[in-house]
Design a protein. Structure first.
Length: 126
């Protein structure tokens, strides 16, 4: 299974701070034993990523903050505070205990191993 999606703007966050909520670019690739989900989260630190899996829905949230070092004043900003939200419905059960996530160079890579019952099997004919 291969999927690609473009970002789309959603309603702004209601926290009082003017932030945008966006759906990030992502790809889903599937092989016999696992799914690999790659999500682009530019400017989001590891501590700003939250991943949940509940009722076969994978939810990925990312928060990018525009921080200015103490004693300095921002004169120009190209990267504003931004929140990412992606929800994917998984059509095959995954092994939650073996899931892994890695954030490198603004790209989150999730490996979602399939549960044994969901893997394709060959049944020999006697």
């Amino acid at each position: 299974m291969n999927t690609t999606c473009s970002p789309s703007s959603c309603a702004p966050a209601t926290s009082g701070v003017t932030e945008s909520l966006r759906k990030p670019l992502y790809n889903v690739n599937g092989i016999a034993e696992a799914y690999e989900v790659r999500v682009e989260l530019p400017g989001v630190p590891k501590g700003g990523v939250k991943i949940d899996l509940e009722d076969s829905i994978l939810t990925i949230r990312g928060e990018r903050n525009a921080t200015v070092p103490e004693g300095m004043k921002a004169l120009h900003r190209e990267l504003s505070p931004l929140s990412y939200l992606l929800r994917l419905r998984l059509n095959t059960p995954v092994d939650e205990e073996k899931m892994t996530a890695k954030l490198e160079d603004g790209v989150l890579t999730l490996r979602l191993p399939l549960k044994e019952v969901a893997k394709p099997r060959q049944i020999p004919v006697a």
